[in-house]
Design a protein around this ligand. Sequence first.
Ligand code: GLN
Length: 262
Amino acid sequence: MKNNDFQLTIGWLYPQLMSTYGDRGNIVILQKRCEWRGIKTEILTIDQATSDQKLKTIDLLFGGGAQDREQEIVMNDLHKKKTVIKQLIEDTIPALFVCGAPQLMGHYYEPAEGKRIEGLGIFDMYTKHPGPRNDRLISNVIAKLEIQNFTSPSHLVPSPYLIGFENHGGRTFLGDSAKPLAKIIKGFGNNGKDGTEGVVYKNALGSYLHGPLLPKNPQIADWLIAKALEVKYKKEIELEKLDDTLEEKAKEILMKKLQVNF
Ligand code: GLN
C-alpha cells in the first residue's frame, strides 16, 4: 500500500470550549505530519451535535485544555458519549488529552469553586484544585518519558525528553493502576510533589504540557500517527522520516536555558 492509500479520522473534543495556550497547534501538527507523508486526514470536531455513529469512526482522539467553567459545560455533554469514548480507548485507539482534558478522563475533578465534576474514569486518577486563592502551577517543563510505555511500533522509539509549558490549578494524583507518562526534571507536573507528569492507559496519553505539546515534541505526534495506522490497518506501517532539525534545536536551547544536561 502506498502512503496515499492511508486515511485517518482525527477526533477533536469541543474545539470551541477546549483549546487553551495554543492547544489547537496539536491538531495542526498531526494534520501536517500526515500530509507531508501523503497520509490523508479528516478532522472530526466533536461537540453536542456529534452522534455515536460518527464518534465510532475516529482513529485518533485529541482533547485540549480548558478553564473550570468550560470543563463543566463539556462534561455535561461528554457523559452522554461515555460508552463510545471508553470503548474507543479500550479498543486501543490512540489519544492525547492535555491539561483540562485528562482531568475529565479521570475519576473526578474538583474545581476551584463549585461542585465536583465526575469524569469518565478512563484514567485511574483524580484531580483537586486547592481553591481560587491558591497558587497555580506555572512553569516551563522538562520531563523524561517513561520509555517502556512505548514499545511498539518497533521502528519508532520516541526520543526521551519532553519540553512544554504548564499552567494549571488542579493537582492530579495517580491511582495504583495508573502509569505516569514521564518523570519531571524541571517544573511541577501532575501535582508538584511526586515528580510524575501525565498518565498512560493503553494508547491514551494524558499530559499537563501545553506549548503546544506536539509541535515541540514531534516524536509524540509520530507515535500517535504510527499507532493510529497500526490499529486501523492491523499492521506496522513505517513512517517516512521528516526533517526535525529545527524542533531538536529548539529543545536543545530550552534545555540549556533551564540548565538541564542530556
Ligand atoms: N481548569 C484546569 C486547572 O486549572 C485546567 C487548566 C488548563 O487546561 N489550562 O487545573
